[in-house]
Design a protein around this ligand. Structure first.
Ligand code: NAD
Ligand code: MG
Length: 404
């Protein structure tokens, strides 16, 4: 196929050395190979990559994909490369502003992703959104900015990608639905699923004393350490409820969670007429990552298809609030609004760090999140400065509880 028929998209990946980042580069290589063979009309040029500190891996990625601009979040990180290198806490935002890509994949961890996500939304740059924490903490800024600029928030999180797929065909005039967009009124309830993590059936007292190794052993998904701990506590599902609230403008009473240990059904849209539409795929992040890149088209994928005959059963259950109190805290944060999401997220980041550093037991993580949500003032959260102040106050509060 001559090059003139190819759609060319310039891409930046924030967090390229992590779990989502490396799988995104894998998807890019795969899609470009398809384009090369005339089997896809989309070609991706990686124009910028960011990592926190792994300069060696970042330089290798840059050499492999011919990337001209790199960024290291860590001021002192060493890197040997011919590419231009940006550094420091502001490097992610600077990278987005310097390269002005068509699409930015936000695959860094935590609230550190807020400034770059907001900058992209303001600049009208499409965002393949993995960094849910940025939306949880600053959705009230990111979503209006994206609406004003026309930037699209293409979900990478598997449940939100699933929900996005379930909602197609439901718009009154049949148009494609691209977040941030309210879910059509015909959607009575949007349900996201959770595997239940490693402690789905562990006695609650035993779970409270779980070791770092036990909490990092996720039964179905392979992810970075923070997301894996968040899955074990179900804070991840709480963050995802808040994420869904922003992507699809869903109130708390139109959102639900079901435990589904097989991780095959990722989301369900319950409709007013009694139908439900579900999205199913193997638990493989390359599926939603690729869809965020190729949307509204689809291409041959790397992930294996579901083997229906090998599926013995698909089970669903309500999460037990005594085992997973994080879900209730997230619903409360959605109802309260303001900076409640920022508090929920920041306190969790500190508590997870403390657990991974073996300073607090597993059971304290969600307790500290709950204490922060009940204590830290968060009503004024209309500007980035106010949100960052709430984030800071929640971190300080949580750090005090970790020590105490
Ligand atoms: P990870 O820990 O494997 O990778 C994180 C990446 O971000 C690394 O490249 C790291 O160097 C970089 N990074 C982290 N903090 C940084 C900072 N302050 N400045 C600059 N770079 C920084 O994490 P992951 O599992 O790939 O998760 C990334 C994001 O995607 C998270 O928000 C997570 O919740 C979300 N997510 C992950 C999965 C998954 O399967 N891994 C699924 C859904 C959503
Ligand atoms: Mg998810």
């Amino acid at each position: 196929m001559p090059d003139s028929h190819l759609m060319h998209r310039r891409l930046v990946i924030l967090g390229s050395t992590g779990s989502i980042g490396t799988q995104t580069l894998e998807a890019v290589a795969h899609l470009n190979a398809l384009a090369e063979r005339g089997q896809s009309r989309q070609r991706f040029e990686v124009v910028g990559l960011l990592a926190r500190s792994n300069g060696g891996m970042l330089a290798d990625q840059a050499a492999r994909f011919g990337v001209p601009v790199l960024a290291l979040g860590d001021e002192d990180g060493t890197i040997q490369t011919r590419a231009r290198v940006l550094r420091g806490a502001g490097a992610a935002e600077e990278l987005v502003r310097a390269t002005r890509p068509d699409l930015v994949v936000t695959a860094m961890v935590g609230a550190a992703g807020i400034p770059a996500t907001l900058a992209a939304a303001e600049m009208g740059i499409d965002i393949a959104l993995a960094n849910k924490e940025a939306l949880v903490a600053a959705g009230q800024l990111v979503v209006p900015a994206a609406r004003r600029s026309g930037a699209r928030l293409l979900p990478v999180d598997s449940e939100h990608s699933g929900l996005w797929q379930c909602l197609q065909g439901l718009c009154p005039r049949g148009e494609l639905l691209v977040p941030p967009t309210p879910a059509p009124a015909v959607v009575r309830r949007a349900i996201i699923t959770a595997s239940g993590g490693p402690f789905r059936t562990t006695p609650v007292e035993r779970m409270r004393a779980a070791t770092v190794e036990e909490a990092l052993a996720h039964p179905t998904w392979s992810m970075g350490p923070k997301n894996t701990i968040d899955s074990a506590t179900m804070v991840n599902k709480g963050l995802e409820l808040i994420e869904a609230r922003w992507l699809f403008d869903l109130s708390a009473d139109r959102l639900g969670v079901l435990i589904h240990p097989q991780s095959i059904v990722h989301a369900i849209a319950e409709l007013a007429d009694g139908s439900s539409i579900a999205q199913l795929s193997a638990p493989d992040m390359r599926c939603p990552i690729q869809l965020a890149l190729t949307w509204p088209m689809r291409a041959e994928g790397c992930a294996r298809a579901i083997d229906w005959r090998a599926l013995a059963s698909l089970e669903f259950a309500e999460p037990d609030p005594a085992r997973f109190p994080a879900i209730g805290l997230a619903f409360e944060a959605i109802r309260r609004g303001g900076g409640a999401g920022a508090v929920f997220n920041a306190a969790n980041e500190v508590a997870v760090g403390a657990f991974l550093g073996r300073c607090i037991p597993f059971g304290r993580i969600v307790e500290i999140v709950g204490e922060a949500c009940a204590t830290v003032a968060c009503a004024r959260a209309g500007t980035l400065t106010e949100i960052m102040a709430i984030d800071g106050a929640a971190r300080e509060f949580a750090a005090g509880r970790v020590g105490g």
